[in-house]
Design a binder for this molecule. Structure first.
Ligand SMILES: Nc1ncnc2c1ncn2[C@@H]1O[C@H](COP(=O)(O)OP(=O)(O)OP(=O)(O)O)[C@@H](O)[C@H]1O
Length: 579
């Protein structure tokens, strides 16, 4: 609720207009039966001038009601759309600042739902609240008071009708129970299924999984439909039950009036407004039911958005801490990692255990190890995309925690195992490395990454558009452009996680030569499956099940490390010894 108030604050003037308009609408609705009673009395007494006068008043009141209704709806929709847009923008901004850990702990599909469906629910909640917040209690209480004031002897009919409606709706709402939370959960799953299926469309088709995919999507959709239907049934049940109760109340009122009409004939003129008030009470209760429905869904969504905002703010503050750095003076002595351990969120076992190593500035560290030994995880920790669970990392003697994360990311280039490029031009992607890079600098990075041939083959060169999920690029092209993007940054520390695996041996060798020559001052961490890729590294780490089991040069490890010997032997003849 605090979140809603914060975002509603800038709209306070429009909120006041909206609320006042609907209050005026409620007042005009409540006043109408009074004129109706006067008209009925005048009809009974055959006073045509009074009939005409009250008829005009009634018409004027109806116009006031219509004008107030339109104004209220106009401002309520302006406020609800404005608030929703502001929350959406703020939530998106904050998700952008999320750490990798945070994104993964929510899952991307879940975050998409929180940004779309949940925001829509909140928008509807604001709209309904503004339309009904004062109107419903005013109509409800006003109609009760005026009904009893009109026909005091029938007070019990009013109260009995309300009691029966409240009791039956309470029962129906308790039956709706946790359905709203369940709906959000199912929408999350629905999104995950659709996203995974579309992202992995090639695998789905090549393994003929369309049937299975359809089946699991249908299961989820059916469950969602079933829950929605149950809510719909219960909600729709409310209306006939309410109608039944109100008709019973009207019948009771008519019955009691008919017995006393001879003694008090003026009651005949009062029965019409009385029945109108009973209907207004019913309407108010129905609106209350609707508000509760929207409120239940809206508050579930608000809570989900709130949890994103709250958690992320705390971590952001931590990230923002630290000293700004001078990039030119960054990593001039060396990098030192001490007793570093890391456990993934929700995992039981650490994937990296007690790692310690040192790397002098400008040197190259090679990392090899079996599948799942923790190489990529170490790369992500060095790039500060994850925070270590234990241990320290220092640069030139300074704890990296004291360096602003954004500065760190500016000085460190990482090329990930699975290259990710964004839809848009090649140039736009490269400029992520340095928005101010000159055309010469972009061309040099493209050349260094051995991407020049295929980029130049496009008639529009760097302006060539990369399509969604880089579907129009081959694996090797994606790797080359990802490498070029990191090189545009002119990083002080370059981390390559199996970044040249899709390159042919000749291109890979050229990349190594360029890195050696043009990036000689850059400290490099190169993770590779192929020993040939790191054979000349100053130092090589051998990882096994998250531990360092060997450190040294290629020759040292060949002499001392059985695991390294094993890897080398398995690659011999496949290019490992092509040097
Ligand atoms: N996001 C994640 N959440 C939980 N566990 C993870 C996550 N990413 C990786 N792991 C686990 O951490 C371990 C190390 O994974 P990592 O990707 O670092 O290995 P790797 O040495 O790079 O493997 P490969 O050579 O196959 O790329 C694996 O057991 C993997 O299952």
């Amino acid at each position: 609720m605090g979140l809603l108030l914060t975002y509603a604050k800038p709209y306070w003037k429009k909120i006041i207009v909206a609320v006042l308009s609907v209050t005026l609408l409620a007042a005009s609705t409540l006043a109408q039966p009074q004129f109706l009673e006067k008209m009925m009395t005048a009809i009974i007494q055959d006073q045509s001038d009074v009939i005409l006068k009250n008829g005009v008043f009634l018409l004027a009141l109806a116009f006031v009601g219509i004008a107030a209704g339109i104004t209220g709806t106009y401002y309520a929709s302006q406020v609800s759309q404005g608030v929703a847009a502001d929350i959406r923008r703020a939530e998106y901004e904050k998700i952008q600042a999320f750490s990798l850990q945070q994104v993964q702990s929510y899952s991307s599909a879940n975050l998409v739902v929180r940004l779309t469906n949940d925001i829509n629910q909140v928008q509807q909640l604001v709209m309904q609240m503004l339309q009904m917040v004062l109107r419903v209690p005013m109509m409800f209480l006003g109609a009760i008071i005026l009904a009893i004031w009109t026909l005091p002897s029938l007070w019990w009919v009013v109260l009995l009708m309300i009691a029966l409606i409240v009791l039956s709706s309470k029962r129906i709402f308790s039956m709706m129970g946790g359905y709203f939370g369940k709906i959000q959960q199912l929408i999350d799953q629905n999104n995950t299924l659709a996203q995974e299926n579309l992202a992995g469309v090639r695998v789905v088709k090549s393994f003929n999984q369309q049937g299975q995919e359809e089946a699991s999507f249908a299961d989820n959709t059916n469950e969602l439909t079933a829950v929605n239907r149950r809510i719909g049934y219960l909600f729709n049940l409310m209306f006939p039950i309410f109608m039944l109760i109100s008709y019973a109340a009207i019948a009771a009122a008519l019955l009691f009036i008919s017995t006393s009409i001879k003694e008090a004939p003026d009651q005949l003129a009062k029965i019409t407004p009385f029945i109108t008030y009973l209907n207004q009470i019913l309407m108010a209760l129905l609106m209350l039911g609707m508000i509760s429905t929207f409120a239940s869904r809206g508050f579930v969504s608000l809570k989900r958005i709130g949890s994103v905002m709250a958690e992320e703010t705390a971590r952001l503050d931590k990230e923002a801490a630290g000293q700004p750095i001078d990039k030119a003076a960054f990593l001039t002595k060396g990098l030192r990692v001490e007793k570093l351990s890391f456990t993934y969120p929700k995992a039981k076992e650490p994937v990296l255990k007690d790692l310690s190593f040192e790397l002098a500035a400008g040197q190259t560290l090679g990392i090899v190890g079996s599948t799942g030994s923790g190489k990529s995880t170490l790369a992500l920790l060095l790039a500060r995309l994850y925070q270590p669970t234990a241990g320290t990392m220092t640069i030139d003697g300074e704890d990296v925690q004291n360096i602003q994360a954004s500065d760190w990311h500016q000085a460190v280039g990482i090329v990930m195992q699975k290259p990710v490029l964004f839809s848009g031009s090649i140039e736009k992607n490269l400029r992520m490395g340095n928005p101010d890079a000159s055309q010469e600098e972009l061309a040099a990075a493209v050349r260094a990454a051995q991407a020049e041939d295929f980029v130049q083959a496009y008639p529009d060169g760097l302006a060539h558009e990369i399509s969604e999920r880089s579907a129009n690029l081959s694996g090797g092209q994606k790797q080359r452009l990802s490498l070029a993007r990191a090189l545009v940054k002119k990083p002080r520390l370059l981390i390559l996680d199996d970044a040249t695996s899709a390159l042919d041996a000749r291109s890979e060798k050229r990349v190594q030569e360029v890195l050696e020559k043009d990036f000689s001052k850059t400290t490099k961490v190169i993770i590779a499956e192929k020993i040939a890729s790191i054979i000349h590294a100053n130092q090589i780490l051998v990882l096994d099940e998250g531990r360092i089991v060997g450190v040294g040069s290629h020759q040292d490890l060949l002499d001392q490390s059985p695991i390294y010997q094993e890897i080398y032997a398995s690659q011999k003849g496949k290019g490992a010894d092509h040097e």
